[in-house]
Design a protein around this ligand. Sequence first.
Ligand SMILES: NC(=O)c1ccc[n+]([C@@H]2O[C@H](COP(=O)([O-])OP(=O)(O)OC[C@H]3O[C@@H](n4cnc5c(N)ncnc54)[C@H](OP(=O)(O)O)[C@@H]3O)[C@@H](O)[C@H]2O)c1
Length: 267
Amino acid sequence: MSKHHRFAVVTGASSGIGAVYAERMAERGYDLILIARRRDRLEDIAKRIEVKTSRTVEIVTADLADANDLLRIEALLTKREDIDVLINNAGLGALGPTSKVTADALENLIKLNILALTRLTHAVLPGFLRRNSGRIVNIASIIAVMPTPSGASYSGSKAYVLNFTRSLQMELSKTNIIAQAVLPGPVRTEFFEASGLSEAPFPDQLFMSAEELVDAALQALDQRDLICFPSLEDASFWMAFEDSRTALSRALTKSGRPATRYSGGTR
Ligand SMILES: NC(=O)c1ccc[n+]([C@@H]2O[C@H](COP(=O)([O-])OP(=O)(O)OC[C@H]3O[C@@H](n4cnc5c(N)ncnc54)[C@H](OP(=O)(O)O)[C@@H]3O)[C@@H](O)[C@H]2O)c1
């Protein structure tokens, strides 16, 4: 995946997983466009990466949950012909029982985890299709396939990221454009704090570092493993899940009539 003078865009690059993606992409030879709200953090990270890798690092501050900021970033991504990689990493949890989380916090989550990811993907697609190349990495979560209480909107948003990416993969199957969904388990970052929890709802041994996570996900990308569960040792569990989904899809498309159990025993 190493190329010169091509840019990788990383959203949520001011901490955690995004900051590690930024560093790794620079090490792979990409120049960077780093996006987040906290300019001081982005500046520190950009300086460190420039010194270490001699790549160019542009920083753009934006609140991706804000409609005007999002439009500004979309316009930037649309006009740049030198972007090869989009890493849609910015995300938040707004965790807690749904009735206890404010409606504004839930809306903010949907705007960031779903709307921004979708619109930024949409913004890079025309250029990627014109050039018939490009990589889109969408950061989901294991919670996409593990709905939990105290994370209803988060789980829903990450299920969206998984399905959105899967459908994109089908749309792009005849191109050289790759879309990967990464579904991390717990990762040691500022995420749980930012999501309003004083402590993480997982035991310590389930956590990996952001470095381990990103290195695993990039190795998966190199291997064209496009639905990546970095902590899943036995991949046959995902295959069984997929087989079951395929069987359900077949059963769901057998008839348009109401099922016998919903139609007084007749069909
Ligand atoms: N940590 C985990 O256990 C875990 C597990 C599964 C999936 N994930 C996913 O991994 C991704 C990265 O999270 P992380 O663990 O690295 O957490 P993090 O350290 O809290 O990083 C989140 C990043 O998103 C940015 N961000 C938040 N709100 C934003 C907004 N409105 N506009 C622009 N940027 C915004 C933050 O930067 P600013 O505050 O500077 O804007 C920060 O750079 C998220 O999508 C998360 O859902 C995390």
